[in-house]
Write a protein of this length. Sequence first.
Length: 128
Amino acid sequence: MKDTFGVSTGLFAPRCSVWNIPVIPKKGVPIMASYVLLLQFTDQGIRGVKDTTKRASALSGEAVGKFGVKVSEILWTLGQYDGILLADAPNDEAMTACSLSIARLGNVKVQTLRAFRASEVDAILTKL
């Protein structure tokens, strides 16, 4: 299957779907793009804050799995954001759908950031 840029998007795709940059995977490890989701409680979310860990556990399972997203960690934070979710997804479209489905529940506002590994940044820098 190919994405809108004509790049293979399967789990073992030979290139990063965002920049069309070759990515050298470890043997047998699927290539997934990394993302950081910054979370802020909504009024609804803060009213139900006692259930936040239960909601997070449910989210980490099948709720994001249907998009092919793998949550590696959820952290609760102090400061401007109430939480951070670290995840890998097969492409931007899958992560966007996942982020929208999280926000649609009404407990958090979501800001999604694409994160790059050092090898991906090195590949980008070779294009300069």
